[in-house]
Design a protein around this ligand. Structure first.
Ligand SMILES: Cc1ncc(COP(=O)(O)O)c(C=O)c1O
Length: 402
């Protein structure tokens, strides 16, 4: 039986030829191709600077360090997100404080967040300080989950009124926006991913998008061991000497091989985004009026969803744990019927490390808990056929209602 996969990257001979041309050119590490790719993505999203790195996880960590996050600081992060969002905060030495989410959008619940700030922090001079921890509240990392922007106008209001910084985790959201504003254009630095499950891929890869020249400059240095000079610049000008290193950095550089793939992918991005939206609309139509349990993705008016994933919420009436077992049985049955699915994502506050280190319990953030247990992501990729989508619908309905 041919299984319908959860995703299939949309690559072809253009990407293969681009890699081959880099190989025959002899410069494989970060160089001209990376710069071209950075400019192309930044232009597509309407921001000034792009800094390509090895993954979105690396992008988040660098952006956070470049913006000054570190020890003794609290950072508000939605719990229903891939663990990389919170891990990046931990890697800077700061403390991720997990927030509940909105079950309709799967994004950070801004009302919950505001209430949490009021109840848990107090103003001391120009800073908000945790009543229990003594940590300074540094900022918020909203996640544009599955390609739908978080409520950025409300987050900006909150950030402004409490003097907080914001870094957008836009791993899934290349091409997403609200009105005419794209990710990275809400006044903050944003980080995107080029993992194969995302709209376009470089194998692994990520990028920091920002309009802030200083943040950009610091990110460039941090990704290259703390050097102010890129390797190809150095080798084309007195390369026999090592450059100055102005801070302690990392090797988070993307290769020209990856960037050459990314450049070809970028040419296909608008088509891929259109196709993803078309696929999502067809699923919407297929499920319309068919089930009281299956809730298809909600898109608020004016939001441009990038549909990195098409995630349904299975609104079982049992308690969360029992509902979760039913959801797992549904995914098992679909797997047997030749349809690959995945849980939407997980709730970080339910993960072992976060429970042991920070003392979270599953019931602390009930909506994130429910999203973790009751979501199911359906196959979305450019080449999926209508017949395959119809099979996904039929099998999901059988598994849920049967
Ligand atoms: C919300 C979110 N943030 C960060 C990441 C990490 O991205 P990468 O795999 O490029 O490191 C992912 C990956 O799926 C993600 O979904």
């Amino acid at each position: 039986m041919n299984k319908i996969p959860i995703t299939r990257p949309y690559t072809g001979k253009e990407e293969a030829e681009a890699v081959s041309s880099v190989l025959s050119g002899g410069w494989l590490v970060q160089g001209r191709r990376v710069r071209e790719f950075e400019c192309g993505i930044a232009e597509h999203e309407g921001v000034k600077y792009g800094c390509a790195v090895t993954s979105c996880t690396a992008a988040l960590q660098l952006a956070m360090l470049a913006e000054g996050m570190g020890e003794g600081m609290d950072v508000l992060v939605p719990s229903f997100t891939f663990v990389a969002t919170a891990n990046a905060v931990v890697a800077t030495g700061a403390t991720p404080v997990l927030m509940d989410v909105d079950e309709r959008t799967f994004n950070i619940d801004v009302d919950y967040t505001e209430k949490y700030i009021r109840e848990n922090y107090e103003q001391k001079g120009s800073e908000l300080v945790g009543r229990g921890s003594g940590n300074r509240l540094w900022g918020i990392v909203p996640v544009h989950q599955f390609g739908l922007c978080a409520d950025m106008p409300a987050i900006n209001r909150l950030a402004q009124s409490y003097g907080l910084r914001v870094i957008e985790d836009a791993a899934c959201a290349l091409g997403a926006g609200i009105g005419n504003t794209s990710i990275g254009g809400f006044g903050h630095t944003a980080c995107v991913s080029f993992h194969p499950r995302k709209s376009i891929t470089t194998g692994e890869g990520g990028m920091i998008l920002t309009n802030d020249r200083e943040v950009y400059q610091r990110a460039l240095e941090l990704r290259n061991h703390g050097s102010a000079v890129a390797s190809d610049e150095r080798h084309s000008n007195r390369g026999y000497l090592l450059p100055e290193f102005v801070r302690a950095g990392y090797n988070f550089r993307m290769t020209d091989l990856q960037a050459a793939i990314g450049w070809e992918q970028l040419k296909k991005l608008d088509f891929i985004l259109r196709r993803r939206r078309e696929i999502a609309e067809y699923y919407d139509r297929l499920f319309e009026g068919k089930s009281k349990v299956i809730r298809t993705p909600y898109v608020p008016g004016g939001y441009g969803h990038a549909f990195q994933s098409y995630v349904c919420f299975l609104d079982f009436k049992e308690d969360t744990a029992a509902g979760g077992r039913r959801r797992n049985a549904v995914m098992e049955r679909l797997d047997g019927a030749g349809v690959a699915t995945r849980q939407g994502t997980h709730a970080v506050h339910k993960l072992d490390y976060y429970q042991k280190r920070f003392g979270y319990r599953n019931e602390d953030l009930p909506s994130a808990d429910r999203c973790d247990s009751l979501t199911v992501s359906l196959p979305v990729f450019v080449e999926i056929t209508k017949a395959e989508q119809e099979k996904v619908r039929d099998e999901l309905l059988k598994a849920v209602e049967g």
